[in-house]
Design a protein around this ligand. Sequence first.
Ligand code: NAP
Ligand code: GLV
Length: 319
Amino acid sequence: MPATPPVLVDIKFNPEGVARVLKTAFADRGSINLADPADRTRDLRDVEYALLWKPDADLFKRAPNLKVIFSGGAGVDHIIGMDGLPEIPIVRFVDRSLTTRMSEWVVMQCLMHLRGQYTHDSHQRQREWAKLIAPEAAEVTVGVMGLGILGQDAVAKLRVMGFNVIGWSRSRKQIDGVETFDASEFDSFLARTDILVGLLPLTPETSGFYDAGLFAKLRRNGALGRPVFINAGRGKSQVEADIVSAIRDGTLGGASLDVFEAEPLASDNPLWELQNVFITPHDAAVSEENALFRHVETQIARFERGEPLQFVVDRAAGY
Ligand code: NAP
Ligand code: GLV
């Protein structure tokens, strides 16, 4: 019987963690780790499954017999559009730990803006005892753009904190206790939103989407005074020059950004020094390697038993 080909892994994050977990993952077939110099020039022609995050540009040429591609994260914009991408299923990473981490980040950012944390931080630096009277969460409407796996979990957890939550997505969703809007109701959704949370995938439609025109449509007379923009979807969905102008001219009262047009964010980018802007380095919801490799093992087992793969990307929609 021919040997089962190893799983190809080309992941451009946390090489130590990936190497450690790969020692025990895929025990039945082994793996080729392109981050390992000993594996870099291996023959990939027999490989059937590839787990990828920002793969090498020539990967599909080197591995022409793939049956399934697994994304190392929830997003697939790093693969879609690559030269030579074969017409085979692409499976996203969907996992409880990733979803939970994203909701922690979203709730934390909303609370920081609600409670004026930036101002508290600056008072603390000056050893100044200055109470702030913040509105209650129930007085503030958080509008979540993208009601997929991450958006819906964030909605549920924001509601537990007491925020009034509304949601917007391409197709309308039914969520108990949450007013939802579809793509055609863009303006009315924004007009009700005090804190905008972006959890959209990057596609041609969402590229450059969060811009000056959108910020100007957010509610301006809410309990926070000025609207806040929070984005953990993808950086290329935001126009950073417009965020900078909107913060400077008061169109936005604050922002929290985990993703950027170009990553890492350049040290001279004006976003670093804007008041009431919280910046995190694309770590809102990292892929935990144990969970990631278990998910790939589960999906390969399903595929080989003839069961449908889960979390398959809609190639036409791009996510
Ligand atoms: P998902 O389950 O595929 O959900 C995507 C949501 O966006 C869906 O509700 C979809 O609408 C909506 N959408 C897509 N295109 C749209 C458009 N043009 N107009 C309106 N709505 C649109 O994805 P997910 O798992 O929640 O992840 C969302 C994104 O988060 C990922 O693609 C990735 O970019 C990002 N992410 C970031 C991090 C981080 O650490 N910062 C970590 C993980 C993921 P429908 O429901 O109608 O399809
Ligand atoms: C991270 O950005 C992901 O898409 O999982």
